[in-house]
Write a protein that binds this ligand. Structure first.
Ligand SMILES: *Cc1c(COP(=O)(O)O)cnc(C)c1O
Ligand code: SF4
Length: 336
């Protein structure tokens, strides 16, 4: 509770996350201009209507001006290399279409049903499988979550529900409340896990209403964030993480190993240390899904293993993520 005393100004109300969402940068030339890199504009690929640039302004503010190799910039800036054909890099890299059970439900692993809750994200990450995923009406939140809830209700082996996407926190909090009301009648679901990048790229999303929804949820709660570099954290992200923890969530992070972004031991160790400052433990470090247009981010397995060994030699065990790859048809993520 902030009380005004003489001479103290009340701080302005936090901006609404939906407005910040709508105000994201969507023009690559504008982004380069903001960073003093306008000279690079002639190296941009033709604007791609299917997977356009999108990045919230607060995330841009964490980039280093004047640095074309900035690890945050490289995650969002369209590159000519995306147009290269690369053998083995395909549209559905992890077999998600085959694993579809009913509308927006992916049930690949024992005990865990994953809902493709939303097709939207506040940021478009260039390495993401989502660039080719035909969401269409394959969204679990459609129709009051009815089909998804029915699937979960009928399968008593499902003890954990995972909200993924897209970004599930792109949904209105009222939509999430609709889900929790539906879950109230399904006693075998004990845990709700949320896979989200929003607390990192648009921390204002973790507002009072979201925190209240989470705190009131009578389930174990796990929030798996997605950050790839220590520079993605700032005070606002720390505050969002603190709120999620106060609401009772265990915070984990998954990263993708990305050439040029975090493929060195200093970057990976720095990320683990920085996320722990925010109360977040590393979970997975993913080898890149081999999606069309992302080949220039790939790090080969031998180097990936060597990097892991080198951070294991310098960090406490709990700050070392598990290096995994997702292989279609496997019963779990495959450890490397
Ligand atoms: C990654 C994934 C999960 C979660 O796997 P964990 O190893 O428990 O993190 C669940 N379902 C699907 C379809 C997934 O791709
Ligand atoms: S936030 Fe996640 S789902 Fe969305 S574009 Fe980035 S990596 Fe893909």
């Amino acid at each position: 509770m902030i009380t005004a005393s003489p001479g103290t100004r009340l701080s302005a109300p936090a901006p609404d996350w939906r407005e910040l969402w709508r105000g994201a940068v969507t023009d690559a030339t504008e982004l380069l201009g903001m960073l003093g890199l306008a000279r690079l504009a002639d190296r941009l690929p033709p604007a791609d209507a299917g997977f356009a640039l999108r990045v919230p302004r607060g995330f841009v503010a964490r980039m280093r001006p004047g640095d074309p190799r900035d690890p945050l910039l490289l995650q969002v800036l369209p590159q000519l290399a995306e147009l290269d054909e690369a053998p083995g890099f395909v549209a559905d890299a992890v077999g998600d279409l085959a694993a579809r059970e009913s509308r927006g439900v992916l049930h690949k692993y024992h005990g865990r049903a994953l809902l493709v809750a939303s097709g939207s994200c506040a940021v478009n990450c260039r390495y993401c499988f989502r660039r080719h995923f035909p969401y269409g009406d394959e969204i679990a939140a459609a129709g009051q979550w009815r089909q998804a809830l029915e699937h979960v209700r009928q399968d008593e082996t499902v003890s954990e529900l995972i909200l993924s996407g897209g970004d599930p926190l792109s949904l209105a909090t009222a939509k999430l409340e609709e889900l929790s009301r539906g879950l109230a009648g399904i006693p075998h679901v004990r845990r709700l896990r949320i896979h989200t990048r929003l607390p990192v790229v648009l921390p204002e999303r973790v507002d009072d209403a979201l925190a209240a929804w989470l705190a009131a949820l009578p389930l174990q709660k796990v929030v798996v964030l997605h950050a790839n570099h220590a520079a993605e954290f700032d005070d606002a992200v720390d505050a969002a993480c603190a709120r999620l923890r106060r609401a009772g969530a265990t915070l984990l992070n998954q990263s993708v190993l990305l050439r040029g972004v975090n493929d060195d031991a200093d970057a990976l160790a720095g990320l683990s240390e920085r996320m722990f400052d925010a109360g977040v433990l590393p979970y997975y470090l993913h080898q890149l899904d081999r999606v069309q247009g992302a080949a220039h981010f790939e790090v080969d397995d031998a180097r990936a293993r060597a990097l892991l060994e080198s951070i294991r030699a310098r960090l406490p065990g709990y700050l070392v993520p598990r290096l995994v790859r997702e292989v279609g048809g496997d019963p779990s993520k495959r450890p490397l």
